[in-house]
Each structure stands twice: as C-alpha cells, then as structure tokens.
Design a binder for this molecule. Structure first.
Ligand code: GMT
Length: 376
C-alpha cells in the first residue's frame, strides 16, 4: 500500500508516534511518504520505501499568518498524484484533518479517490481543538474523515463529550518497540557500573504549562530530602527557564540536570529509577510508556489516559492532579527499598510489553484495508 502520513515534525508525542508508525509500515513492505514542514526528528534514514516531502509556506507582506493549510493541501494533492498514494493518514486534527479534506475534494475533482484516516492525539481535542475559534472546523474535519482513531479510551470519551461526532471512533493505543529497549538495556548493563548509590529520577516533556513542570521539581525536592537522588529533565519548551530558576531558588540546582531534547530517550531512561509525569491533562503519556519500556516505574497524575498505561500500585502510582504530597510519598515508598523498586521495575516493563509495536501496528494496517474497502 502507498500511504501519505501528515504529522508535526517536532519532539512531541504525536510526531514521534507518526514517525515510528511510518518506519514500521515501510518495514512491512508499504511505501510511506511523510509530509510536514520539516523532516520529522525521528526520521533518520530515508530509503526506497520511506520518503519525505517538505511543505513550503511562501510568505507575503499582506499575510499576518502564512496559510499553512493551503500549502499542505496543495502538497498532499501533488504527492498523492505523483506517487499514486492509496490513503492519507493524518496525525493531529489541527490543521491536518482539515487540509486532508480539502486535498481529498481537489483530488476527487480530478477523479482520484483517496480515503483519510485521522488520528487524534490529545491537545488537538482537549486543549486547542475545543477553542471556539477552531471547534466548528475541527468537528467538521473529524466527521469528514473516512476513519478516525484515538490514542486512548479516555481521549475517545473526551472527543465524544466535547464535539458532535457522527463517526465511530477506533481506539488504537500508542506503542513502543520493546526490542529497541531490550537492546539498550543490554548495552547499559555492559557500561562501567555506576558505584554511586544515588538514584535517578527522570522527567521528559515539551515543558508546556499542561505538564506541571513546577510540580516535578517540588516532588523531587521532597524526595531528595529523604533519598539520595538526582533529577534529569529532558526536553525543551516555554517553562524550561522558569524550571531552571526554580531549582536555583530551592537550592537544588546541583542535583538537577537539564539535558534539552534528545532523539535517544532509551539511552537516558536506562539509567533511571523513577519517572515523573504530573500533567494537568494527558491523553496517553507516550513518555511514561517509554519509561516503562526501560523498566522505570511511573508516578503520574490520573489525568486522561494515564490510568490506561500506568497501573496504580503495580507499575507505579497515580494521584489526583496537583496532589504533590501524595506523589512525593509514593515516590519515596518505591525508592526507599531496593527490593520494592526492583518489583515495580519488572512490572512496569511487563505492562509496557503489551504496547509493543508488533501488536499495535497491525491494528493500523487492518484499519487501512477497511478504509480502502469502504472506497471500492
Ligand atoms: O504532550 C504534548 O503536549 C504533545 C502532544 C502531541 O501532540 O505531540 O502529545 C499528545 O499526544 C501524545 C501522542 O499520542 C500523547 O502521548 C500525549 O499524552 C498527548 N498530550 C496531551 O494530551 C497533553
């Protein structure tokens, strides 16, 4: 099958997921064409089955905001026609589902029929999509997609609650390549052993307000008073500077490392003992799943879809959003006893295995065939 994948090229979960999906599909023999304004960060190598097409958005003094959707739908039409694409799979509704619908209409005018599969990722529904400036167009483009998927049951419920959806929504959870994490674990074990008894707590995100970055630091501050530990902060975003200053104010900056963005989270996670994700909303929490695949238990809020991956008392703990006290106590309870920590690590990994790429990608393939069936 020839598939066009539209996504954000950044370090955010939706772009990462879309890229890993495309790479995996190409390994299954499909031809995959990524379309984005930049090469997706996890798309390292292009080959015979994997292509990238950049959307160029020409500017003009009249434009306050250059019309990205217009350029994207034009690029979609061009890529579909030039490469005889069978299906468009767009990740993140805004504005991708809208642009795909316009492309589909333009193609239909030329007697070319191509179905759209839209995957909703979270903030396109819970934070941005329901803004009055977007809601009508988001509802329209979801309903006009041929098939719609959500990354968690919680996101499906939120979508049905907040929008007037006439389509059946399929839940296909996000995934990780467990094999990649196993290889990394083995490599980590071969490294010179760390003789320090300092434990490592990690957080990975885009440092947006929704991630509650200050909570991460407050939790760590409480934990480090009882447990010899350090905090690794991975990612870039608007709250990073505030977070760095907050660590200075609390006098803990020598115990906190800000590493910026990385393409190899598994290399960082394999030395971690605990992962913190106290987000205000989180449709899935791909970073938490990546941690679990690295045998790292998770302390998270119970927002959105987090309870679908992090199991309370088994793979970590969940508390109400903003309950820093309980999150800190749970973190200490896991870290203070090496035997308990080891048990949580093993259960976290076991749970992560159920989200392995080999189980999830075939669900997308099945859906693609269904979309094409409906088009015959
Ligand atoms: O978390 C973000 O702000 C990034 C956002 C994105 O679109 O990349 O992440 C969303 O999609 C991820 C992949 O499906 C999910 O794992 C995240 O939970 C979701 N973020 C939120 O719901 C806040």
């Amino acid at each position: 099958m020839k598939i066009a994948i539209v996504c954000y090229p950044t370090f955010g979960g939706s772009g990462v997921l879309a890229t890993e999906l495309g790479i995996s599909l190409s390994k299954h023999g499909h031809e995959v064409h990524f379309i984005a304004y930049e090469k997706p960060v996890r798309l390292n190598k292009l080959n015979d089955g994997l292509f990238f097409h950049q959307v160029q958005v020409p500017n003009y003094p009249l434009f306050n905001f250059a019309p990205y959707e217009l350029a994207l739908s034009t690029k979609l039409v061009e890529v579909v026609k030039t490469n005889s694409i069978d299906l468009m799979h767009v990740h993140y509704a805004i504005p991708h589902a809208y642009a795909a619908y316009m492309a589909k209409k333009m193609l239909k005018d030329q007697s070319i029929n191509v179905p759209i599969v839209t995957t909703l990722h979270g903030t396109d529904i819970t934070l941005v999509g329901n803004h009055p400036s977007y809601k009508t167009a988001v509802t329209f483009s979801i309903n006009k997609s041929d098939l719609v998927t959500c990354v968690s049951k919680s996101l499906r419920d939120d979508t049905l609650d907040q929008f007037e959806i006439t389509k059946n929504i399929h839940v296909i959870p996000n995934f990780i390549d467990i094999n990649k994490y196993n290889i990394q674990q083995a490599a980590c074990l071969e490294e010179i052993p760390n003789i320090s008894d300092q434990l490592t707590i990690t957080h990975i995100s885009n440092f947006r307000p929704v991630k509650n970055i200050k909570h991460v630091i407050n939790i760590f501050n409480k934990v480090q008073k009882e447990i010899n530990s350090k905090l690794i902060m991975i990612g870039e975003g608007p709250d990073k500077e505030m977070a760095e200053q907050f660590c200075v104010d609390l006098g803990i900056s020598e115990k906190v490392e800000f590493l910026g963005n990385t393409n190899q989270v598994e290399k960082k996670l394999c030395h971690s003992d605990l992962f913190l994700l106290p987000s205000r909303t989180e449709s899935f929490g791909l970073a938490a799943l990546e941690a679990m695949a690295s045998k790292v238990p998770v302390i998270s809020s119970n927002a959105g879809g987090l309870s679908e991956i992090n199991i309370h008392g088994e793979t970590g703990y969940l508390t109400n959003v903003d309950d820093i006290e309980s999150m800190s106590n749970y973190a200490i309870s896991i870290l203070k006893d090496p035997k308990i920590l080891e048990e949580f690590k093993l259960r976290a990994f076991k749970k992560a295995e159920s989200f392995d790429i080999n189980r999830i990608v075939p669900l997308y393939e099945e859906l693609y065939f269904k979309a094409l069936e409906g088009f015959k």
